[in-house]
Design a protein around this ligand. Sequence first.
Ligand SMILES: N[C@@H](CCC(=O)N[C@@H](CS)C(=O)NCC(=O)O)C(=O)O
Length: 222
Amino acid sequence: MGIDIYAIKPSPPCRAAFLVAKAIGLDYNLKIVSLEKGENRTPEFLKMNPAHTVPVMTDGELSVCDSKAIITYMMNQYAPANLQSMYPRDPAARALVDQRLYFDSQLFSTLRGIVFPLLYLKDLKQSQANMPRLEENMALLETFLTRSTYLAGEHLTIADLATLANVSSMEACGIDMSRWPHVQAWLAKLKAELPYYEQANGEGAQMLGAIYQRILKDLGGK
Ligand SMILES: N[C@@H](CCC(=O)N[C@@H](CS)C(=O)NCC(=O)O)C(=O)O
C-alpha cells in the first residue's frame, strides 16, 4: 500500500511531485512508466489517466492525475503542521500560491512547446518559434521574484518547487538564464537550500538537458 507515483525522472511535472513529497517527508513508491514502450497508453493506465500523461499518483483506491492536483493533495492530506505554510490554509495566502501554480502550468506549457518538437518531431524550427513565448513568461517570473524572495512571499511554498522543476530544466537545456538575474539567484538559492534537490530534481533535469542538447546539436541548433 502507500503512495505510488507513476512517473519518469526527466519530466518536470513528475519532478514537482517528487520535490513536494520529499519536502514533507512523504514516502512513495516510484513506478517508472516507459513512454517509449507506450506504457502510458495501456488500458490500465488510461483508466487512471485518460490524458495518458505522467505523473499519476495513487493512494489506496484514490488515483489523482495532473501534477498540480497531486502536489496540493499531498499537502492537504499529509503535510505536518509545521510545514503547512508551504500551502497555506488561509484563503488569501493560498490564493497567491494558487496564482503562482497556475502561472507555472503556463510556464510548463511554453517549455513543452520547445522541448517536445525537438525531442519527438526533430523539428528545430517549430521548437525555436516557441522561444519568444517562453521569454515572455520568464520576464513575468523575473517580475514576481523582484517583489519577494520566494515566489509567493518570504518563505518557501509548493509554487517554488513546481517552478523549480521547470526552470532547472531550462537551465539544463542550455537556455541562458543570465537574462533573468532574480530568477538565476532564486534558482541558486533553492539548489543550495534543499537537501533533497539533487535526488528529487537535479538528476532528472540533467537527464532531460542531455537529451535536448544532443538533439539540438544534431539538428545544427544552438
Ligand atoms: N498538466 C500535466 C502535464 C503532464 C505532461 O505533459 N507530462 C508529459 C511528460 S513531461 C507526458 O506524460 N507526456 C506523454 C503524453 O502526453 O502522452 C501535469 O502537470 O501533470
